[in-house]
Ligand binder design. Structure first.
Ligand SMILES: Nc1ncnc2c1ncn2[C@@H]1O[C@H](COP(=O)(O)OP(=O)(O)OP(=O)(O)O)[C@@H](O)[C@H]1O
Ligand SMILES: [Mg+2]
Length: 398
């Protein structure tokens, strides 16, 4: 048997592979079928045109996935030599495919190439294409296929503009996740309702927005809760606490869980842990929340234990990169949808406005306060909202 299995493409993928431009830039929503399209194209180039080809992706995990797919495509033939250690396939007649992850661009140097696929190109370092890969295409007039979901207006956006402006050898393509006919649009519609505007427009509509995206939208529109001096009988209150570290304040935010409003907050710094716990106890005595969810990392645990010993209904929440994202996404969605309204507190609104998201290769986001800004109230609020929605840490992502 000599057969290599290639995927059957959907019509929008066909449009891309049928273009004869040397440089094709494909900006797509998640699950459009970018990687599948690249695999199809690189297999044809190596097996039929006998070309020297590279596949470059930002992480090992991403090249590994493609490596498995390529080996599976060649599983029915003994004509393709598989070099596991180099992640390289040699085809009869001289064509080859080598996989590279672009952790260290210097390792990428090599001989001349006929064809290169840059998968999730927007997450590669900006110098990889102009300084490392492009020179390798010179002598053979090699072709490049750039596949990615957008990552702000970075270098991928710039090369995308080449195609938009119809530069001679360039063509750009833009597809949303809806342009994959294999995905039921009703599924995407449903998903859209559970997703913030920022994530939806970047990841699914493939829009090029600013790189360091603002996480919380509609903050001022949501800041409509009147000042309230004390609790209302019969209302269920919950709170979230983020403990101060070094320069940060300890923050506590209280939510009226029945009407889904932020009704009180406090933040304080520069005093001993015993005094800080005293202030939390005072806050508790005044508002009487039925649940307090507190960050338990580092200094959190002993403080939580001490307050629990005092009889406070306090529970720990471990914040990690993995547990933080869903917490922040849920809060952003609630504010955007006006499911949660806020006190017009300048510090709270300022922290929310300065909170930023950065896209990570292959999906996912890293959330942080902008440099020099604080996020204690943001985290305390996110914990309080988690407590209001779920009744506590029973759904714990840690
Ligand atoms: N033409 C096709 N025929 C059948 N299945 C396909 C086709 N194109 C893509 N798929 C399937 O759809 C899913 C998404 O495809 P793929 O991984 O290529 O998309 P992607 O745009 O690279 O996604 P991601 O945004 O997750 O990187 C995969 O399960 C893949 O096998
Ligand atoms: Mg992909």
């Amino acid at each position: 048997m000599r057969k290599i299995k290639i995927p059957t493409l959907h019509p929008n993928q066909e449009i891309v592979v049928n273009s004869t431009k040397r440089h094709r830039v494909v900006a797509c929503g998640r699950r459009f079928g970018k990687t599948t399209l690249g695999i199809y194209d690189i297999l044809r180039a190596a097996a039929i045109r006998r070309q020297t080809c590279w596949w470059i992706a930002p992480t090992y995990g991403m090249t590994d996935h493609v490596w498995r797919e390529l080996k599976a495509a060649c599983a029915d033939t003994d004509q393709v030599a598989i070099h596991q250690d180099m992640q390289r396939l040699d085809f009869p007649g001289g064509g080859s495919i080598t996989l590279h992850s672009a952790h260290t661009p210097d390792h990428l140097r090599g001989a001349g190439l006929d064809f290169v696929v840059l998968d999730e190109a927007a997450f590669l370092a900006p110098e990889v294409w102009p300084q490392v890969v492009r020179p390798m295409l010179l002598e053979r007039k090699g072709r490049a296929l750039f596949l990615s979901s957008p990552n702000g207006k970075n270098w991928f956006w710039e090369i995308y503009q080449n195609g938009v402006q119809n530069r001679r050898t360039w063509r750009s393509f833009h597809y949303t996740s809806y342009d994959n006919p294999l995905i039921d649009p009703a599924e995407l519609d449903l998903f859209r309702h559970q997703t913030t505007e920022r994530i939806w427009s970047t990841e699914y509509l493939a829009e090029f927005s600013d790189h360091r995206g603002q996480v919380f939208r509609g903050i001022h529109e949501a800041a409509i809760v009147p000042f309230q001096a004390g609790p209302i009988t019969g209302i269920r209150y919950v709170a979230g606490i983020d403990w101060g570290r070094d320069n940060d304040a300890t923050a506590i935010v209280l939510i009226d869980a029945d009407r889904q409003q932020v009704v009180a907050l406090d933040h304080f710094t520069g005093v001993s842990w015993a005094l800080q716990r005293g202030r939390v106890m005072k806050f508790y005595d005044h508002w009487g929340p039925s649940l307090i969810l507190a960050e338990s990392n580092s200094i959190g645990s002993p403080n939580i234990e001490a307050l629990r010993d005092e009889g406070l209904p306090i529970r720990p929440f471990v914040t990690s990169a993995a547990s933080k994202s869903p917490l922040i996404d849920a809060l952003a969605l609630a504010i955007e949808r006006r499911d949660l309204t806020l006190l017009p507190d300048e510090t709270l609104l300022g922290e929310l406005a300065a909170y930023t998201a950065e896209r990570l290769p292959g999906g996912g986001w890293r959330y942080n306060a902008a440099p020099g800004q604080h996020d204690d109230l943001v985290i305390a609020l996110a914990l309080a909202w988690h407590a209001a929605r779920t009744g506590g840490p029973s759904i714990d992502f840690a």
